[in-house]
Structures are given as C-alpha cells and as structure tokens.
Design a protein around this ligand. Structure first.
Ligand code: FES
Ligand code: FES
Length: 168
C-alpha cells in the first residue's frame, strides 16, 4: 500500500506491506535508527515517537494507518549543535548509561509534557481535575511506560523535572 506522511518535517511516500509497523518503516525503510526496538510488544517504550504531537509506541502501530500524519522521532528534535532542551537536560543530568532507551525516554517526556500542559490527569494525582503538579511521583507515573534496564531513573526524573521548568 502506498502511504504518505511527514517524518521530522520531511514529506515521504512509501510502498509498504500493510503489516509493516511504524517502527520498522522508520528504521528499515527510512534509515532512522534512533527509535529503538526493545521488546516489539508495547512493553518497554524504546520505540516511542510523536504522532501529531501525541506519544505512541511505534512498534504497536501499523505504518499504513498514518496516512497524512506528522511523525516526529528523536532525529527531529535537535542536532549536536542545537540540542532540544530535553536532550540538553538528559546530558546535564547524566540521565543514561547505555543509551538504548534514551530516544524513547526523550520523545515520551516531550509527549508527556504536552499532556500535562493540556491538563491530562494521571493516577499520581488524587485531584484529577486539578492542574497537574510536576512532582517526582507525577513524572515517574507519567513515564512508567518507558523502561530503563540500566536503571537511570533518578537521573531521568531529574532531567525531565529540570526541562519542564520546575525547580531542580
Ligand atoms: Fe515498542 Fe518496546 S519496542 S514498546
Ligand atoms: Fe540503558 Fe536506559 S540507559 S536502558
């Protein structure tokens, strides 16, 4: 099936087997290897990308279902000379060891901060109608879909808290 979408601001059209996941389309067809395949089962978050600003697990989504969508992967967030604030915060706070989970962590954090800005509630906040506070507990709950086998969680939380503009 011919499918067209935008990846990191670039319009692309691909002929795809309809069973191709978005993750495989990005990695194998577009050579964007930043998004990682950790589990391929929606359990680790290493493949997280943004679709129209919302974070998803790219391993669980068929590429042909994204006709006309705007997809952002880690490659679209910054470059070595001009890091995205979340990338800079992850470096500053040493928020990784092997780095395998990091692209997904950063894309997920960006999606999560968008959700907070829109007032989406989380299980960590007993007042579901209240404006979410960016406590460490709140960040941990909202980032719970992103697993880090190196267990860099304290630094990841610190980096996200710093990048979110809250007191570090
Ligand atoms: Fe997609 Fe693990 S590779 S959630
Ligand atoms: Fe190694 Fe997270 S830094 S899995």
């Amino acid at each position: 099936m011919q499918t067209s979408f935008t990846v990191n601001g670039r319009a692309v059209t691909l002929d795809l087997d309809p069973r191709t996941t978005l993750l495989d389309a990005l990695r194998e067809r577009l050579d964007l290897k930043g998004s990682k395949k950790g589990c391929d089962h929606g359990q680790c978050g290493a493949c997280t990308v943004l679709v129209n600003g919302t974070r998803i697990n790219a391993c669980l989504s068929l590429a042909v279902s994204h006709e006309g969508d705007e997809i952002t992967s880690i490659e679209g967030l910054g470059d070595p000379e001009n890091l995205h604030p979340l990338q800079a915060a992850f470096l500053e706070h040493d928020a990784f060891q092997c780095g395998y989970c990091t692209p997904g962590q950063i894309c997920s954090a960006l999606g999560m901060l968008n959700e907070v800005a829109q007032g989406w509630p989380s299980h960590a906040d007993p007042q579901v109608a209240a404006t979410p506070a960016m406590s460490d507990e709140e960040i941990r709950e909202r980032m719970s879909g992103n697993i880090c086998r190196c267990s860099a969680y304290p630094q990841i939380v610190a980096a996200i808290r710093a990048a979110s503009g809250a007191a570090a």
